[in-house]
Write a protein that binds this ligand. Structure first.
Ligand code: NAD
Length: 472
């Protein structure tokens, strides 16, 4: 799906396009100088990311309020707190991650020591998306710094207040010679993509993901693509409907549905659909009150264009809850659509907003084929008490991430990779997986000068061959 857009809301700093090559080069020179490889430097920069996030939290909260009407609790839960805990996790484990990783050596290469030595890739380009404008920039940055890289950061122009803030505070706190924030939109990103990087991590839609990958191919730069797609939510007949409803509401309507891993649609047996809808309505009113527009905890759509896109999805659909749209206010009420037309935009594109289609099935057994008939999702949710069904879902479907009996709680575990598969992305980060993603695991074998058997050297004989056959 294509939700990336050229926007007119941001005021790019006028340093400007011509300066970008020089800026990237200066960061590359810092990397070449070697200081980012040092363990102490990495820890210091990680601590400074945390210090910046905590010291600037009032400004961050204000910027997020302006960009997405995010409340304090939500901003803390999903962005500030996540940055802080990811820093803590990385500092705690960094020494271990950086160590050589020993492996055994086969007889044929003995005597020798074999290991993998993690080394930083160099200068990383971090291109962020607007929906979690702090986390989607600082999360990849934490992984890149842990692995000893320098970085160029390009926040999303659509969340312009957070972008402006990052451009101001990153140089105040972090090593100015190792990190730079480049603000702007398509022109600036395109200029950045012409430069030589050692890795690019891009978060955003599929269409721009292809642009990024094409540009990266010119320099043979490896990419991590954190994309999106339609993440299904299967509610099995055995599920606890009340708890399921609460967790669906939490994961769907956080950030007004603008979460890459939000459940996009629900698959449920038709006999249970009304019960689930009624439970979801109950939770919506419990969480957001009778007038959602007045709730401090309900977000707004990023801009009018996306509000209009979402509103257009509702045309001709069977709206059984919500449906109020105020494009000027960027407000869309939590909305439930029953039995949507599967050929409509609502079901063809990633919704990325507060509309939840419920698809009633004649038999829940058709849920897995339904999922498998579509692109591999970023996340897949299954609510079930039936462990055989759980195994069936796990074994018969493919998705970047799966949560059984909840929404995107996996994102809170730094030990788990965060990333997609197929058209929902490639590569992953968080914790050690993030460290590895921004490292090269250099193969090292150290041999001894002793026992220099002539077996492998010409001239070859039948005797040597038969010995080789025994050893290999
Ligand atoms: P966006 O509009 O903020 O774009 C992302 C970045 O791409 C921005 O920095 C932007 O400047 C840049 N960009 C946009 N158009 C470009 C172009 N033509 N050339 C070069 N760069 C360009 O974000 P979006 O695309 O609207 O993001 C929404 C999508 O991101 C959804 O599909 C969502 O699921 C996905 N997403 C994925 C994750 C994840 O972690 N997997 C997280 C958040 C969002």
């Amino acid at each position: 799906m294509q939700v990336a857009e050229i926007n007119s809301e941001v005021t790019p700093p006028k340093d400007h396009l011509g300066a970008i090559a020089g800026q990237v080069n200066s960061i590359r020179e810092t990397f070449a100088g070697g200081r980012s490889k040092d363990y102490q430097w990495r820890v210091q920069q990680l601590k400074l990311i945390k210090k910046m996030t905590l010291a600037e939290q009032e400004n961050i909260l204000e910027a997020m309020k302006k960009d997405l009407n995010k409340g304090t609790m939500e901003s803390w839960l999903s962005e500030i707190g996540s940055v802080v805990s990811e820093v803590d996790h990385s500092i705690k484990h960094l020494k271990k991650w950086m160590k050589p990783r020993k492996v055994s050596t086969p007889m044929v290469a003995q005597p020798a020591k074999s290991y993998m030595l993690p080394e930083p890739l160099g200068t990383v380009l971090v291109i962020g998306a607007w929906n979690y404008p702090l986390l989607l920039v600082l999360g990849p940055l934490i992984a890149a710094v842990s692995a000893g890289n320098c970085a160029v950061i390009k926040p999303s122009e659509l969340a312009s207040n957070v972008s402006n803030l990052l451009a101001r505070i990153v140089p105040q706190y972090l090593d100015k010679e190792a990190f730079i924030v480049v603000e702007g939109a398509v022109e600036e990103t395109s200029e950045l993509l012409k430069q030589k990087f050692d890795h690019i991590i891009y978060t955003g839609g599929e269409a721009v993901g292809k642009i990024v990958m094409r540009a990266a191919a010119e320099n043979l730069t490896p990419v991590t693509l954190e994309l999106g797609g339609k993440s299904p939510c299967i509610v099995d007949n055995s599920a606890d409907i009340e708890v399921t409803a609460a967790r669906i509401v939490w994961s769907k309507w956080m950030n007004a549905g603008q979460t890459c891993v939000a459940p996009d649609y629900v698959l449920i047996d038709k006999s249970l659909a009304d019960k689930l809808i009624s439970a979801i309505k109950g939770k919506l009113s419990e969480f957001y009150g009778s007038d959602v527009a007045q709730s401090q905890d309900y977000g707004r759509i990023i801009n009018e264009r996306h509000s209009a896109r979402l509103a257009s999805y509702l045309g001709g659909q069977n709206v059984v809850h919500g449906g109020t749209v105020d494009i000027a206010e960027k407000f869309i009420e939590p909305t439930i659509v029953m039995d949507p037309d599967l050929d409509s935009s609502l079901m063809k594109e990633e919704i990325f907003g507060p509309i939840l289609p419920i698809i009633p099935l004649d038999n829940i057994d058709t849920a897995i084929p339904f999922v498998n008939g579509r692109a591999k999702p970023l996340a897949l949710y299954a609510y079930t008490k039936d462990s055989a069904y759980e195994q069936q879902v796990l074994n018969q479907t493919s998705a970047g991430m799966v949560c059984i009996n909840d929404g995107f709680m996996f994102a809170a575990n730094s030990n788990l990779p965060f990333g997609g598969v197929g058209s929902s992305g490639m590569g992953a980060y968080h914790g050690k997986i993030g460290f590895d993603n921004f490292s090269h695991l250099k193969t090292v074998m150290k041999r001894s000068f002793m026992f220099d058997l002539d077996l492998r050297y010409p001239p070859f004989t039948d005797k040597k061959l038969s010995l080789i056959k025994k050893i290999l």
